[in-house]
Write a new protein. Structure first.
Length: 213
């Protein structure tokens, strides 16, 4: 860059000349000057309106596409639940029975090793819930974290007695969460014919379980 170009840039930077003048000082053509001025000044009001209209149209199309995709996935989920309803109902009945629900929860407070048997029930529920997931959809990460904490104790060990609730508490917690989602799947699999626009809390929870909300 020659001395004149450097001088022109300094004049522009210090505000001692106009934009048009400095561009001409740099030896630019008139068309280049107009283009650069347009970039500095920005689009005309008509052009701005056109840009905004195009952006809104694109956003609306994207939202419509997402809505259609989401609706299709929730319909698939509901259809899968209905198709597996006999298995889901049987599992829920077992997890609501005296020996499958009432007694093992009591064992937590009784300090009995039998509470650890709930781990198998929890894992069985999780596997059944996975069977109705739309293809490729994993279960909710928060839920899986709770399940992992509540199913890693394994068989009872005598040292668990030293800190009973730290070891046994997560077992019952994981079972409660798994049973809740099983119960909601059965409830709304029975009640709903189509995914509703106004979501009942239990169905909304089911959608969260499958990362659809």
């Amino acid at each position: 860059m020659n001395k004149e170009d450097v001088t022109a840039k300094k004049r522009y930077a210090t505000g001692h000349t106009s934009r048009g003048c400095v561009l001409e000082d740099l030896g630019l053509s008139k068309s280049e000057v107009r283009r650069l001025k347009a970039e500095v000044v920005g689009p005309t009001p008509a052009r701005k309106k056109s840009i905004v209209k195009a952006a809104v149209k694109k956003h609306e199309a994207e939202m419509l596409d997402r809505y259609k995709k989401h609706t299709g996935l929730t319909k698939t989920l509901l259809a899968n639940i209905k198709a597996r309803m006999p298995e889901l109902e049987k599992l829920l009945a077992g997890c609501s029975s005296h020996w499958g629900y009432e007694d093992p929860v009591y064992r937590l407070y009784h300090g009995s090793y039998k509470v650890f048997g709930l781990q198998d029930a929890t894992l069985q529920i999780v596997e059944e819930l996975r069977t109705v997931a739309p293809d490729g959809f994993p279960l909710n990460a928060d839920f899986l974290q709770i399940v992992d904490r509540g199913t890693k104790a394994g068989e009872f060990r005598l040292e668990y007695n030293k800190d009973w609730h730290r070891h046994a508490g997560p077992v019952v917690e994981a079972f409660f969460h798994a049973r809740y989602f099983l119960e909601m799947a059965v409830k709304y699999g029975r009640e709903l014919d189509e995914p509703p626009d106004c979501l009942p809390s239990g169905w909304a929870s089911v959608l969260y379980l499958y990362n659809l909300r």
